[in-house]
Design a protein around this ligand. Sequence first.
Ligand SMILES: O=C[C@H](O)COP(=O)(O)O
Length: 249
Amino acid sequence: MIRQKIVAGNWKMNGSRESIVSLIGGLLKMDGSSSEVVVAPSFPYLSQVNDLIDGSSVMLAAQNVSHELKGAYTGEVSASMLGDFGVKYVLLGHSERRSLYSETDDIVASKVKAVLGFGLVPMLCIGETLAEREYGKTLDVCERQIQAVIDVVGIAAFEQMTIAYEPVWAIGTGLSASAEQAQEVHRSIRAFLAKSSESVSQKVQILYGGSVKASTSSALFKMPDVDGALVGGASLDAKEFIAIVKAAG
Ligand SMILES: O=C[C@H](O)COP(=O)(O)O
């Protein structure tokens, strides 16, 4: 099955009104791409970015959401609010949220449910730490993180989702997984999904994230089960990010 590639830039807690005008200005000069290009600014900039990308094919993502739908939850942002600002994708379960903000598999699953309820697309981030890889637990961890979501929303919901495999040891370290290492895990994730539904496993886009750069991206994108990239640091540089999008085709 042919799956469209997605190249998503997770800006994390970076940027200003000014830097965003220049970054999006750079991205909009890009020639047409057959891949879907997505940017994920911090909450305060969603509206600005939504205006700047209006009329282009660039899509908007949020980096987090509340699992609650509305009410007395000071400081939280709901899925319906994200929908109001043109958000299509929501990153969920990023390892920084899991490790720094104690997001458990159950919390991530409830966020996925909230996001799906408003017609947005969860981008479910999964991946193992270095210690887990060294103990041979990579697949156990990825499968546990996915199963927690299947248990709450069901396998069919994965047709409306994307998965980002991001080995924690590769995030922000400059140590990208090799294309072969990524392919091996992506293939196994798809095989795991196939145990619940073959057709869903073939449709779901599985992105790789972790120190993706233009120089390493072409090899990654040649892998049959790598359907794009979730890019952190390199997405803050328009030239580098465009080069990654071009590598995706
Ligand atoms: O969401 C993106 C990942 O955390 C990757 O970040 P990175 O490209 O800076 O390693």
